[in-house]
Design a protein around this ligand. Structure first.
Ligand code: CP3
Length: 354
C-alpha cells in the first residue's frame, strides 16, 4: 500500500501531535459544487451515482482538487443498507429519501436479512477500492455508515420525518420489535464497516443524525447501546495502522461522556455545544470533530474567518481537534466561501500546536 502523504487527520483522531488542525467537511462532495451537479446529471439520479464506482470516485475527489482538505469521504449514503435489505430506496426531487416498502410490524422485521457487504453492497466496496487507488496516498479515506437508530427512523417512517411519530410509536408500543430491528441493523453496520475497512477505508464514522430526538434514557437504550455494539465489533487495525472510529450524534452534546465511554476514538460535535465544554466533558479520552454552524458559510469570508478563530480558541491548545462543520454543508453555499473557511483553518491553527 502507498504511504500516506498527509496523515494529519488520522494523527489528530489518535491524539498524536500535529503541526496544524486538520479539516474536512461533512457532505464535502455535493450539490454546492457545479462539477458535482454536472456528474450527477450524467449519472441520472443520486443512487445511480452511488452505484457507479468510477463516478462515485470522481465526485469524491472533486473537492480535494479545489481545497486543502485533509481527508476524503467515500461518496455514498447511509441508506444503502436498508436498500440492500430490500426496502426499495428512491429519491424524489426536493423531497429527500423514500422507501417503497417501509417496515410497519414485527413480521416484516423478522423477515429482514443482514446483507452480505461484498454481494448486495459490492458497489460500495468497489467504490472504496477505486477511490483508494486514485487517491494515491494523498489523504486518508473515511468510510461511514448510519447508526442503527437513525437508519431505523427512515425504515419505519418510510422517509424523512418531522415528529418521528411512527418510529416512536413502534419504540414505545412494541419495544421488542424495535430491539430486533436495531440488533439486525447493528450486525449489518458492523459487517458493512468491516468490509469498507478491508477494502481500504482508513477511518470510519457513524452518523447518528437523529439520536438527539430521544430522551436521555431512550438514547442509551435505543441508540448508544447499538453504536457500542458496533464499536466493539469493528476491525481496529488494518495494514499495520489503527483505524479510528468517530461517533456523531447530532444534538447529542449532553451525552458526550457516555459516547466517549464506548471505546470510540473521536466524537463529532455540532454547534449547539462549545468545544471547550465538550473537551471538559471528555478530557483526553477522545478527539473532537467540529463544530462550525454550516450557515456561517453564507456570511462574508471575514465573518467566516472570525468564527474559525473563535472555534480554534474554544478547543484550545494541543492535538485532538479535527475541524469540521457541525453538520453537512448546504447546497446553496458559494464554493469560494468554503475555500475561505478551509484556508482560515490552515492559517490560524498552527498557533495552537506549538
Ligand atoms: O460527506 C460526504 O461528502 C459523503 C457523502 C454523504 C452523503 N450522504 C451524500 C448525499 C454522506 C456521509 C451522507 C450521509 C447521510 N445520508 C446522512 C447522515 C449525515 C447527515 O447528513 O445527517 C443522512 C441522514 C442521509 C440520508 C439522506 N441522503 C438524506 C436526508 C438525503 C437528502 C438530503 C438532501 O439534501 O436532499 C440524502 C441524499 C444525499 N446524500 C445527497 C448527497 C450528496 C444529495 C443527493 C443529490 O440530490 O445529489
Amino acid at each position: 500500500m502507498t504511504e500516506l502523504k498527509n496523515d494529519l487527520y488520522l494523527r489528530a483522531l489518535l491524539r498524536q501531535p500535529t503541526e496544524r488542525t486538520p479539516i474536512w467537511m461533512m457532505r464535502q462532495a455535493g450539490r454546492y459544487l457545479p462539477e458535482y451537479r454536472e456528474v450527477r446529471k450524467q449519472a441520472g439520479d443520486f443512487m445511480a451515482l452511488c452505484k457507479n464506482p468510477e463516478l462515485a470516485c470522481e465526485v469524491t475527489l472533486q473537492p480535494l482538487r479545489r481545497f486543502g482538505l485533509d481527508a476524503a469521504i467515500l461518496f455514498s449514503d447511509i441508506l444503502t443498507i436498508p436498500d440492500a435489505m430490500g426496502l426499495g430506496l428512491y429519491f424524489e426531487t426536493g423531497e429527500g429519501p423514500k422507501f417503497e416498502r417501509p417496515l410497519r410490524d414485527l413480521a416484516a422485521i423478522e423477515k429482514l436479512a443482514v446483507p452480505d457487504p461484498e454481494l448486495e453492497l459490492g458497489y460500495v466496496m468497489d467504490a472504496v477500492r477505486t477511490i483508494r487507488r486514485e487517491l494515491k496516498g494523498q489523504v486518508p479515506l473515511i468510510g461511514f455508515s448510519g447508526s442503527p437508530w437513525t437508519l431505523a427512523t427512515y425504515m419505519v417512517e418510510g422517509g424523512s420525518t418531522k415528529n418521528f411519530s411512527v418510529v416512536k410509536k413502534m419504540m414505545f408500543a412494541e419495544p421488542q420489535a424495535m430491539h430486533l430491528l436495531l440488533d439486525k441493523l447493528a450486525q449489518s453496520v458492523t459487517s458493512y464497516l468491516n468490509a469498507q475497512i478491508a477494502a481500504g477505508a482508513q477511518a470510519v464514522m457513524i452518523f447518528d443524525t437523529w439520536g438527539g430526538v430521544l430522551s436521555p434514557r431512550d438514547y442509551r437504550e435505543f441508540s448508544l447501546r447499538y453504536m457500542q455494539q458496533i464499536v466493539s465489533g469493528l476491525t481496529r487495525h488494518a495494514d499495520g495502522r489503527q483505524v479510528p472510529v468517530t461517533l456523531f450524534t447530532k444534538n447529542g452534546g449532553a451525552w458526550l461522556a457516555d459516547m466517549a465511554a464506548t471505546g470510540c476514538d473521536a466524537l463529532g460535535v455540532d454547534w449547539t455545544t462549545d468545544l471547550a465544554t465538550a473537551r471538559s466533558l471528555v478530557g483526553d479520552k477522545v478527539a473532537l470533530q467540529g463544530n462550525m454552524d454550516p450557515s456561517i458559510l453564507y456570511a462574508s469570508p471575514e465573518r467566516i474567518r472570525a468564527e474559525v478563530a473563535t472555534i480554534l480558541a474554544s478547543y484550545g491548545q494541543g492535538t485532538g481537534h479535527v475541524f469540521n462543520l457541525g453538520h453537512g454543508i448546504h447546497p446553496e453555499v458559494n464554493p469560494e466561501h468554503a475555500g475561505a473557511f478551509i484556508d482560515a483553518v490552515h492559517e490560524l491553527s498552527p498557533a495552537y500546536h506549538r
